[in-house]
Design a protein around this ligand. Structure first.
Ligand SMILES: Cc1cc2nc3c(=O)[nH]c(=O)nc-3n(C[C@H](O)[C@H](O)[C@H](O)COP(=O)(O)OP(=O)(O)OC[C@H]3O[C@@H](n4cnc5c(N)ncnc54)[C@H](O)[C@@H]3O)c2cc1C
Length: 460
């Protein structure tokens, strides 16, 4: 699908969210000549990367009347992929000359927020943002889109847009795994969305459910102050029981939980039992768009948003409604950028979408593939090994180069390190060659003002 040469149509577009996805979407839409209004509940740009010590009023986030905090960051959080592959393509996430900033390859969350703020400033995005303004309802009206919003002063407004791009994030509504007996288990429970610091777990016995990025980090954070930390991992075999090395002798890995009981005990599938004070659920998040009203056209079933062509466009409502950032993958910011380029090009009519029937047929085939692999529906937006193929397909739609070799490989190798050396992956790596390739690429494209050797020599 070759892009046409000139933008044909300028649209009035609402972007919901000024996190990484909303910021780059706003920039790409404006580049294609659209007029853009970005709505965000917060006072500043950055979305999830705006750390707050505050949490939801319900530590499990089950109470529908709870007060909600958007971020899920914990105080000690550092990025889980190297910074070079995390940045946008024409604004690399490289260490700053400012000594107050964090130059590490896997920097702290504060550095990511500073990067996003710099990005917003560089591309003058803030002037498009209506801060402290929550979108409370979005619905189609006579071929356009009605957006109702409410600002912090309680002022409510309804406006009509040609299109709405949803960039509201999906790491705020916790997902909880069912555990037999949990209703009468007497201990404390918290979801990782509401975890900030280890102090409340001092001298406790803690069971952490989940051992992917957050679970691995949080269990290591808590074991600095707790008596014992036990990780229950679905990914481990049923007999798994291992005392983890390198640690202060109080961290164990188990298979998943079999049952929890009224007396406070927790029995793992490996047959071991512990009496725990707290369960920390690091069990992921659910897609949730409480503002969206599509008369039943879009449904979320088993955490799969349906129907969505290429995880972006609901066929019968496209291109007026689109979603940026839904698939879970390593190259998040890159994905936001190329998805935004495609949406912007489609809205300006420089690029056309297939017919509704063809989009639905494509989706039918995707579901068939999922079924053939015996995966449940909730795996629909998990792209795993096909993430690069997906991203390259999107880039081809809008005439953008494929994912750089170094970017793809840094994520592949970074994830292997995260799995196999969770305590050390941020300090010890063996892909200096890829880092070199990245910095040389930035220099060749005139994206950095220093010679790559200045940075690379200090790292070796
Ligand atoms: C614990 C954790 C660690 C992570 N670490 C990494 C990492 O190291 N590297 C990486 O690349 N990715 C990481 N991610 C993924 C991360 O979510 C993405 O990188 C990215 O920041 C998400 O951006 P977003 O714009 O989609 O959503 P968000 O950053 O969540 O932004 C959404 C914005 O929408 C606003 N909003 C939502 N609803 C409304 C509404 N109704 N009205 C108005 N505004 C609204 C919110 O206020 C928010 O500002 C991590 C995620 C988590 C949960």
């Amino acid at each position: 699908m070759a892009p046409a040469q000139n933008p044909i149509s300028s649209k009035h577009v609402a972007v919901i969210g000024a996190g990484a996805a909303g910021l780059v979407a706003a920039r790409e839409l404006r580049r294609e000549g659209q007029s853009v209004v970005v709505f965000d509940r917060e006072k500043q740009v950055g979305g999830l990367w705006i750390y707050s010590p505050k949490t939801d009023s319900d530590p499990l986030s089950l109470d529908p009347t709870r007060s909600i905090v958007h971020t899920s960051l914990y105080e000690s959080l550092r990025t889980n992929i190297p910074r070079e592959c995390m940045g946008f393509t024409d604004y690399p996430f490289v260490p700053s000359d400012d000594v107050s900033r964090d130059p590490r390859r896997y920097p702290s969350h504060k550095e990511v927020l500073a990067y996003l703020q710099d990005f917003a400033k560089e591309f003058k995005i803030e002037k498009m943002v209506r801060f402290e303004t929550e979108v409370v309802r979005v619905e189609p009206v006579n071929g356009k889109w009605s957006v109702r919003s409410k600002n912090s002063g309680g002022f409510s407004e309804e406006e009509i847009f040609d299109a709405v791009v949803v960039c509201s994030g999906h790491y705020t509504e916790p997902n909880l795994a069912h555990i037999p007996g949990i209703e009468s288990w007497p201990g404390k429970q918290i979801h990782s969305h509401n975890y900030r610091v280890p102090d409340p777990f001092k001298d406790e016995v803690v069971v952490v459910i989940g051992n992917f990025a957050s679970g691995a980090d949080i269990s290591r954070d808590i074991c600095k102050v707790a008596n014992e930390v036990h990780i229950a991992s679905r990914a481990s075999g049923p007999d798994t029981y291992e005392k983890l090395p390198r640690h202060i002798n109080n961290l164990w890995m188990h298979s998943q939980i079999d049952i929890v009981r009224e007396d406070g005990s927790i029995v793992f599938q490996n047959g071991k039992m512990v009496y725990a004070d707290t369960i920390v659920h690091c069990t992921g998040y659910k897609y949730y768009f409480p503002f969206l009203e599509t008369n039943g056209y879009i449904n979320i079933d088993d955490n799969c948003i349906d129907p969505l062509y290429k995880h972006i466009f609901p066929p019968a409502l496209a291109p007026g409604l689109s979603f940026i950032g839904l698939p879970a993958m390593g190259l998040q910011f890159y994905m936001f950028e190329v998805q935004s380029k495609w949406v912007a090009a489609v809205l300006s009519e420089r690029v056309t979408l297939p017919s509704i029937d063809n989009m639905m047929e494509d989706l039918r085939l995707s579901y068939e593939n999922l079924e053939a692999l015996n995966f449940p529906k909730r795996y629909m937006h998990r792209l795993g090994r096909i993430q690069c193929e997906y991203l390259n397909w999107i880039t081809e739609q809008c005439g953008f180069p494929h994912v750089e070799h170094w970017r793809d490989q840094e994520v592949v190798q970074g994830y292997k390190r995260l799995m196999f050396q969770p305590e050390t992956f941020r300090e010890e790596w063996d892909d200096d060659d890829l880092m070199k390739e990245a910095y040389e690429d930035f220099a060749r494209k005139n994206l950095i003002s220093f010679h790559p050797s200045r940075f690379l020599e200090t790292k070796s």
